[in-house]
Ligand binder design. Structure first.
Ligand SMILES: C[S@@+](CC[C@H](N)C(=O)[O-])C[C@H]1O[C@@H](n2cnc3c(N)ncnc32)[C@H](O)[C@@H]1O
Length: 204
């Protein structure tokens, strides 16, 4: 199923890989299952004005999937060099397969916590890429950006860790907008949680 879906997008994203460098804060590569992405797409209201950022994009599955389905600009940031190169190769083959231009698909080699949040980035995706200490820094960057350029922003968490949730609930103005469950899924963490910060709720 995963390989078949990959083929439709012209990409190769299956498998796992430890993040190089042995940093205990950086989690391994593993892609969000397509089944979960289908459920997210059916239940989350992506708008043409959205700018989507995947922190720890791996080989880029989520970015290509969202770009293909909603035709919105996507950015992926990946720390592991080999994985980043694979994401670039996937961008090329995705564009060949789908006939789409690469101009709205940005793949960056670097650390999520160093990414300068774009003025109109508003939809931020996390599938457990790193420790809560790094997550905290990324969220602080988002809040700083929202303080400067007021807008409503969402954090989409897949397989959310209790530490991420605890931090967001107790130390930030983000609030749970909704949970999106995966039908038939027994693992209760295998779901999406959308945290939202409404425009005007926060002044940095
Ligand atoms: C669980 S995978 C998620 C992949 C992709 N987002 C998806 O859902 O298909 C997490 C990815 O985050 C990357 N990563 C870990 N720490 C990072 C950091 N500080 N900055 C950027 N990427 C990081 C890992 O190399 C890995 O590819």
């Amino acid at each position: 199923m995963e390989r078949r879906q990959d083929k439709l997008l012209g990409i190769k994203t299956t498998g796992m890989r430890e993040c190089s460098g042995g940093n205990v804060h950086y989690n391994r590569y593993e892609a969000t299952p397509y089944k979960a992405l289908d459920i997210l797409s059916e239940n989350y209201d992506f708008r043409v004005t959205d700018k989507f950022v995947d922190f720890g994009c791996g080989r880029g599955r989520v970015a290509f999937y969202i770009h293909n389905r909603f035709n919105i600009p996507v950015t992926g940031i990946e720390a592991d060099y080999r994985t980043y190169i694979e994401a670039l190769e996937n961008r090329e083959s995705y564009c060949m397969k789908t006939g789409r231009a690469a101009k709205n698909i940005e793949i960056i080699h670097g650390l999520a916590q160093d990414y300068e949040i774009g003025n109109s980035d508003n939809c931020f995706y996390f599938f457990n890429p790193f420790s809560v200490q790094i997550f905290r820094r990324v969220v602080q960057n988002i809040l700083r950006s929202v303080g400067k350029n007021k807008r409503t922003v969402d954090l989409i968490l897949f397989y959310p860790s209790p530490e991420y949730r605890d931090f967001l609930d107790t130390e930030t103005p983000f609030r749970v907008e909704r949970e999106i469950l995966i039908p038939g899924e027994r693992d209760e963490r295998e779901k999406f949680i959308i945290y939202r910060l409404h425009e005007g709720d926060w002044a940095a």
